[in-house]
Write a protein that binds this ligand. Structure first.
Ligand code: PMP
Length: 362
């Protein structure tokens, strides 16, 4: 087999090696079943068990209380940009949005197509390098919900605490930091995440929704965009992405059994991110972090080098050391090191070592 490189891609992103090895081992024939997970019907006992275990693992990892449904959908997180207002924003109501980066801005723009939305906070003026303080947030107490993005994948800012939205149902796009830390689920109305960063391959999006919010989904909605329909059919409204859900089951099993749960994962994530932020902070301005220190992401570490030429050299040298997919998004430039749950500490250490070495050379 070709040697694996360290994959710092923002998504689809690195998966745990042990999961890939299990998928590979069982790809041609699932033990006790005799066919591949790529060929099997979604209406069979094997898949019933896969769905059941994936949900159970997520409930255990996140300590999801009774009174929430766990749903598996398609259409990626971008479909959720539309589904959230389609389902939760009633006629004559408005919703409050926090705009802290490119993805929440897209969520806001999509929601505008379905009703009235209010921007409660917008950090565009500083190119989305910060998050609001509690004092900066004034919610409309009559809003249908308060919407935010827990981790802005492009800019690299992350909420490690939920914004206080009073009694409003809190809706969270957790696409790029889902399962990176334990969550106080009782504070959420709805949380969603596409799988391809922290929980599996592309194709499936997890939605966890509080039961009372399901009553807002009217029968007039397209069935494929109706949360209540997914809850009623236990996510089997149509043929689900069987393979992606199967891999998510293995990833959640890895989090439970190999990592030991989300407290442990959170500790690991904090120490991995610290390795890189310490180099940035100790570089005398050679590496310039994009995010304000208090709002830095544990998942996407964004920084710049003094100029484009130096940056190209840095990326070239990184690739020669097996450190790949580091260029940042064009709207921010610079470097973005995505160090999701499955990025081994050795990969982050290798990047840290290269940053230190390059700084010395430069
Ligand atoms: N929200 C965030 C925070 C993301 O990072 C992404 C994907 N990079 C999306 C939404 C869109 O996800 P998808 O491609 O699954 O629609």
């Amino acid at each position: 087999m070709e040697k694996r490189v360290y994959n710092f891609s923002p998504g689809p992103a690195v998966l745990p090696l042990s999961v890939l090895e299990e998928v590979q081992r069982d790809l041609i024939s699932l033990p006790g079943v005799g066919v591949s997970a790529l060929e099997i019907s979604h209406r069979c006992p094997w898949f019933d068990k896969v769905l059941e275990e994936t949900e159970a693992n997520l409930r255990k990892l996140l300590n999801v209380p009774a009174g929430f449904k766990v749903l598996f959908m398609q259409g990626g997180s971008r479909l959720q940009f539309a589904m959230v207002p389609m389902n939760l924003l009633g006629a004559g109501q408005s919703a409050d949005y926090l705009v802290t980066g490119a993805w929440s801005k897209m969520g806001l723009d999509e929601a505008k197509k379905f009703g009235t939305v209010r921007t409660v906070y917008d950090s565009k003026a500083t190119n989305y390098d910060r998050l609001p303080t509690a004092a900066e947030l004034k919610f409309d107490t009559a809003a249908a919900y308060a919407y935010y993005t827990s981790n802005e994948t492009i800019q690299g800012v992350q909420f490690l605490d939920e914004p206080a939205a009073g009694g409003l149902p809190l809706v969270c796009d957790a696409s790029s930091d889902f399962l990176c830390r334990p969550l106080p689920m009782e504070r959420y109305g709805l949380i969603y995440a596409c799988a391809q960063k922290n929980s599996g391959p592309a194709g499936v999006t997890t939605v966890i929704i509080r039961d009372d919010l399901l009553a807002r989904s009217t029968d007039m909605l397209p069935t494929m965009m109706n949360y209540a329909a997914y809850a009623k059919e236990k996510s089997l409204v149509n043929t689900p992405p069987v393979f992606s859900i199967y891999v998510m089951m293995l990833v959640t099993r890895w989090l439970l059994n190999d990592i030991g749960g989300l407290e442990k994962m959170y500790e690991r994530n904090k120490s991995k991110a610290k390795l890189l932020y310490d180099v940035i902070d100790g570089s005398g301005g050679f590496y310039q972090g994009h995010a304000q220190p208090a709002n830095r992401s544990l998942m996407n570490v964004t920084f710049k080098l003094p100029d484009d030429e130096t940056q190209k050299k840095f990326i070239k040298g990184a690739e020669a050391r097996g450190l790949h997919y580091l260029p940042g998004h064009r709207s921010v430039g610079g470097i973005r090191a995505s160090i999701y749950n499955a990025m081994p500490v050795e990969g982050v250490e290798a990047l840290r070592d290269w940053m230190l070495e390059f700084r010395k050379q430069g």
